[in-house]
Write a protein that binds this ligand. Structure first.
Ligand code: CP
Length: 304
């Protein structure tokens, strides 16, 4: 039995196979529409979500399976004090696979250690979000044709943004990737990512504050939201929340084929005037998220 707690739980070869499967699913959905008949996914979300929870549920329904779950800690027995360890033992009696989101870093790992069904980390605090990373990879590969040899700018809240942490770890395993880390000084990537992933693997990276200075050199721009829910005080959040706003004027400075990704939800960091630009890929990205989650469910259940 396998879990997905970090993007690195899949080898590069396995990741590429999963992306191939996701592509086949996108082209031939009927071929997969009965693959999970009789199977159930439990979506156990202790923190709010629109995309991740509903795309897991869509993914399982598209595969012919069923869905159970809860969408907030308050609507589960966590509100009465039940531990994640006990909850997953219970869920293991009801479902064949579980996608779990939790505000505490490492909670899905604790669940996996007590589970008799595969556990997928659907986002744990500011730590990791591996299925968003698979979504990002599929988006980049479908748009560029390859996951090697490009410059990616990651912009916004690089400190608390779990999607950024997972994506840097994952892309560090591919060839010829240059990272441009764009953030206010207070929201730089954690030391552990800079030292143990980027520096330790001799990956080329720069850290800058102004998006305008670097946007012309980027092949991919990955915008992120300032993570209000992770700030300890409101004043700091208010000071930094509108630090970056991608608008048509900034897009005019970018390459004609620089795609814009965003894990969403967005607040103000991408002006809606960018939505009609053909380089805006963030809503396509959401669709790819369903295909990769279908591929992941099949892979972890051994039905691929
Ligand atoms: N990208 C993402 O994780 O979105 P949700 O918080 O809506 O699931």
């Amino acid at each position: 039995m396998r879990h997905l707690l970090s993007p690195l739980d899949l080898s590069v070869e396995e990741t590429n196979e999963l992306l191939d499967l996701a592509r086949d699913i996108s082209k031939n959905p009927d071929k997969y529409s009965h693959k999970c008949e009789g199977k159930k996914i439990a979506t156990c979300f202790y923190e709010p979500s629109t995309r991740t929870r509903l795309s897991f549920e869509s993914a399982m329904l598209n595969l012919g399976g069923s869905v159970i779950g809860f969408s907030s800690a308050n609507s589960s027995s966590a509100s009465k004090g039940e531990s994640v360890s006990d909850t997953i033992r219970v869920i293991s009696c009801f479902a064949d696979i579980c996608a779990m989101r939790h505000p505490k870093e490492g909670a899905p790992m604790v669940a996996a250690s007590k589970s008799s069904i595969p556990v997928i980390n659907a986002g744990d605090g500011g730590h990791q979000h591996p299925t968003q990373t698979l979504t990002d990879l599929m988006t980049i590969r479908e748009l560029r044709g390859s996951l090697d040899n490009f410059t990616i700018g990651l912009c916004g809240d690089l400190k608390f943004g779990r999607t950024v942490h997972s994506l840097i770890k994952e892309l560090s395993r591919y060839t010829g990737i240059k990272f441009v880390l764009i953030s206010p000084p207070e929201l730089r990537v954690p030391d552990v990512i800079r030292d143990e992933t980027l520096k330790a693997n001799n990956i080329e990276f720069t850290e800058v504050e102004r998006l305008e200075d670097v946007i012309p050199e980027l092949d991919i721009l990955y915008m992120t939201r300032v993570q209000k829910e992770r700030f300890f005080n409101e004043e700091d959040y208010l000071r930094m929340k509108d630090f970056y706003i991608l608008d048509a004027a900034k897009m005019a400075m970018a390459k004609p084929d620089m795609y814009v990704l965003h894990p969403l939800p967005r607040v103000n960091e991408i002006s809606t005037e960018v939505d009609d630009d053909p380089r805006a890929a963030y809503f396509k990205q959401v669709q790819y998220g369903v295909y990769v989650r279908m591929a992941l469910i099949l892979t972890l259940l051994g039905l691929n």
